[in-house]
Ligand binder design. Structure first.
Ligand code: ZN
Length: 155
């Protein structure tokens, strides 16, 4: 298990994401984080710091204009308030997907299914702040069990 502090900025240096007050803990080797980050951290110890630049091809993909489409008003729940900049959730073939409302149209709304980070070069600053062996249960599940949180898939 790797505990990590990180900040993520774009080309302009705008902060996009960070680990916040508590470090992010993830199970190394299970694709929980971007492969480029796992490669940068591989084999390192607590205190290791690194800056990693991840191009869109190794991050969240290129921004795909085909993923922008108009959804008719009756595809939204009756009375739902929709405004540009909002995110809405829809059922996709592989589970829920997040769509960003770009603008309202006469018949509905223009939606963008691209990942919010698609097309962006990602600049990470990473610091390893903790390492421990994963428990067997964590290895079986492929994710972190920490702080006694429960999760929906039971034992
Ligand atoms: Zn679990």
């Amino acid at each position: 298990m790797v505990s990590l502090r990180y900040t993520l900025t774009d080309d302009a240096g705008t902060l996009l994401d960070s680990s916040g007050p508590e470090p992010l803990t993830y199970l190394h080797g299970f694709d929980s984080v971007l492969p480029a980050l796992e490669r940068a951290l591989e084999g390192n110890e607590v205190g290791f710091k690194s800056k990693v630049t991840v191009p869109p091809s190794e991050g969240y993909g290129e921004h795909d204009p085909e993923s922008i489409f108009e959804a008719p008003r009756d595809h939204f729940p009756p009375g739902a308030r929709i405004a540009p900049g909002m995110e809405v959730t829809a059922q996709g073939p592989e589970g829920p997907v997040t769509l960003k409302v770009l603008e309202l149209t006469d018949g509905g709304a223009l939606l963008d299914a691209n990942h919010a980070l698609a097309g962006k070069t990602l600049h990470f600053e990473l610091e390893i702040v903790g390492l421990r062996e994963a428990t067997q249960e964590e290895l079986d599940h492929g994710h972190v069990h920490e702080g006694g949180h429960s999760h929906p898939h039971g034992s």
